[in-house]
Design a binder for this molecule. Structure first.
Ligand SMILES: [Zn+2]
Length: 238
């Protein structure tokens, strides 16, 4: 009995050891498989922002051209702008046209009769490639922003299509120009406004219809302005 029992125990131990060994091998195998497949996992895709982060772009001065309008009653009346309290952003509402074409349109108003309908202009126009044209000096009023013509500077922005969204180049120059004007004339951020904020007109279209895009634009101006304050070169560019 004792010998049989001993043999039975030996067999049992042998079987048990095989089961344990097999289990360990399997655990080891599955651990390796899981580990290796984990290594090949695709990294989690980061959410792509709608706009580039302008707080990180290199401060680069846009091209600025002085193409002043001839003094005339309709687009450059020569009335003094005594104080700059704000900046008003517009869109040209003429897809695909560039800054110079819009500037020449303002200039053509000088041939028209003196009437309210013919009074149209802007202090600045930003082209599709980001070129800034100044057509009415900062010291004179332009006819763009209705009841705020007398105490604001106006910026017309060109746009490639009907949506009214600005090209990246136009957008960057706009940020630079607004930041420059805010710094120079100590304009408060609440006075960076749209034509829409004055009259309710759908201008600048894309940034009226997409409130988030407008918020982002203002945020980008603030970020850029903060950086520009630490970069003396920016102040010397215009
Ligand atoms: Zn407008």
């Amino acid at each position: 009995m004792a010998g049989k029992r001993k043999k039975y125990t030996k067999d049992f131990l042998k079987k048990r050891n095989i089961i344990i060994a097999t289990s360990l091998v399997m655990i080891l195998f599955f651990s390796i498989v899981i580990g290796v497949s984990g290594l090949h996992k695709e990294p989690v895709q980061k959410k792509i922002p709608v706009f580039p982060d302008y707080s990180k772009i290199t401060v680069k001065a846009p091209v600025v051209k002085e193409k002043l309008l001839t003094q005339n009653v309709n687009s450059r009346p020569g009335i003094a702008l005594k104080k700059v309290n704000g900046v008003v952003i517009h869109y040209t509402a003429n897809p695909g046209t560039d800054a110079m074409a819009n500037r020449n349109y303002f200039e053509s108003r000088k041939k028209r009769k003196d009437s309210k309908e013919n009074k149209v202009s802007s202090n600045y126009i930003i082209g599709l490639d980001g070129t800034i044209i100044r057509c009415v000096p900062d010291t004179e009023i332009a006819y763009a922003s209705n009841q705020r013509n007398a105490d604001t500077l106006s910026i017309e922005c060109c746009h490639p299509d009907k949506s009214g969204k600005f090209s990246t180049a136009t957008y960057q120059s706009l940020i630079h120009l607004v930041a420059y004007l805010c710094d120079r004339y100590e304009i408060s951020l609440s006075q960076i406004i749209r034509h829409y904020d004055i009259t309710g007109k759908n201008c600048p279209k894309y940034y009226v219809e997409n409130e988030n895009a407008w918020k982002q634009l203002k945020q980008d101006i603030v970020s850029y302005l903060k950086r520009s304050m630490n970069n003396k070169n920016t102040k010397d560019t215009m």
